[in-house]
Design a protein around this ligand. Structure first.
Ligand code: FMN
Length: 405
């Protein structure tokens, strides 16, 4: 008999009833939001990041990237919590711990500057509130770097090591270090966090971006309105949502391969049970979600957890732990792949609807290896280079690949 606790996982000495955590963002802006999520079954929540002083935000501060009308990514120019630190420490965090189900994991999120004292002090303050762990935010890509905070620290391994050590000094709680994807190579940064004593790494925060331009008014998005509506300005912000998942998967897998002992909380475009499993299979043990909740509400926890269990049942995975890193051994070097023997595409006749998308793609973007015969696409294996373009454009799952030797 399958039960919900098959989703239980140990992470940094904490027992999670399921791996799904709200990431630090608007859905964790106050006690009311976090408690609502806790009651709906989320495994935990990371509060909206606090620093020593509350921050202010532009309005509007969210922009969207749509593909054929469907939102696939979002950019934000929001900063940290606008609520005083004392409201969090004296009121909200103790209240959440008191009123949320006992097994709900509460993570504090803190940010300070490039000197150690502020981190130690904030970590100390947070550990007196009853939270279960502390995430240190060295990854916000806008607003903070100008103040030598956020991604300014997260792009420098020596600063990451220093602030991680400083936060550890202030607390006995597990420290998660939340990294930025706005770096060329995340491995030295992850190693620096490990050297500083990180108990886990959270990856990734948002990608620095300019989400689009309103071409009618030549205004970059999102539009921050001034005193009157004609004053319209913007700035670079952080991109998130399903569109950044490939970047998150890349960074999580690279950290997992370089630091096999490091615990990882995967973040970036998790929207359903499938994307949750993708992160687990590249080495994440917990998962943090922001955009999907902002778009669809806390209720997504139900289909995600149900989908996870159904998948585990179908594939015979006993526990989440048994899926962790399953895909990692199959990530190798490009050089190793180029030596593999040749293959060619083959059309699965029963699935082919004769739409000709693969024919067009193969003529103009490939090797002119596909033509139509009796309303079904057919591949000439002598011309096919096995590039995979036909499978990319096929929406009917009608392409498979065969070895030529
Ligand atoms: C509006 C907004 C505000 C955010 N604020 C914070 C923050 O205060 N601290 C933080 O660590 N991350 C913050 N994030 C980043 C998210 O926690 C998360 O890392 C990122 O959005 C990627 O996850 P997603 O693709 O599920 O949204 C924010 C994201 C958004 C969209």
């Amino acid at each position: 008999m399958l039960t919900q606790n098959r989703l239980a996982i140990e992470f940094a000495g904490i027992s999670f009833k399921n791996p799904l955590i709200l990431s630090s963002a608007p859905p964790t802006m106050d006690a009311r939001h976090i408690l609502r999520a806790a009651r709906l079954g989320w495994g935990g929540a990371t509060m909206k990041t606090v620093t020593h002083e509350p921050t202010v935000d532009p309005r509007t501060r969210l922009g969207v990237l749509r593909m054929n009308g469907k939102a696939i990514g979002m950019n934000n120019i929001e900063l940290l919590t606008r609520t005083p630190l004392s409201t969090w420490t004296k009121d909200w965090l103790p209240k959440i711990k008191k009123e949320a189900p006992e097994d709900f994991v509460l993570i504090a999120s803190i940010m300070s500057g490039p000197s150690p004292e502020g981190w130690t002090e904030l970590a100390e303050t947070m550990s007196r509130t009853g939270v279960d762990a502390i995430e240190i935010n060295v990854s916000c890509p806008h607003g903070s770097p100008e103040e030598h905070m956020g991604a300014f620290i997260g792009q420098d391994p020596s600063l990451v090591e220093m602030v991680t050590r400083a936060a550890k000094k202030g607390t006995d709680l597990p420290i998660l270090v939340k990294l930025t994807p706005n770096v060329t190579d995340i491995v030295p940064i992850a190693k620096a966090a490990a050297k500083g004593g990180a108990d886990a790494i959270s990856a990734i925060n948002t990608l620095e971006s300019l989400v689009g331009i309103d071409i009618e008014t030549a205004t970059p998005l999102p539009i921050a309105y001034g005193g009157n509506r004609s004053e319209q300005l913007s700035t670079y912000g952080g991109f998130c949502g399903p569109a950044i998942r490939p970047v998150g998967l890349r960074f999580v897998s690279q950290i997992a391969k370089a630091l096999p002992e490091m615990l990882i909380s995967g973040i970036g475009g998790i929207e359903d049970w499938k994307s949750a499993i993708e992160y687990i299979m590249v080495g994440a043990r917990t998962l943090q979600v922001c955009t999907a909740v902002m778009w669809h509400g806390f209720g997504i926890i139900k289909p995600i957890t149900e989908g996870l269990i159904q998948f585990m049942d179908r594939k015979g995975y006993e526990s989440l732990e048994s899926m962790v890193g399953k895909a990692l051994p199959k990530i190798t070097s490009w050089a190793a792949l180029a030596k593999l023997p040749p293959i060619a595409a083959r059309i699965i006749r029963e699935n082919c609807t004769g739409c000709k998308k693969c024919v067009t793609a193969c003529v103009d973007g490939g090797f002119t290896a596909i033509q139509m015969r009796e309303k079904v696409a057919i591949v000439n294996p002598d011309k096919c280079d096995g590039c995979g373009l036909c499978a990319v454009v096929c929406e009917d799952n009608a392409v498979e690949f065969i070895h030529l030797d």
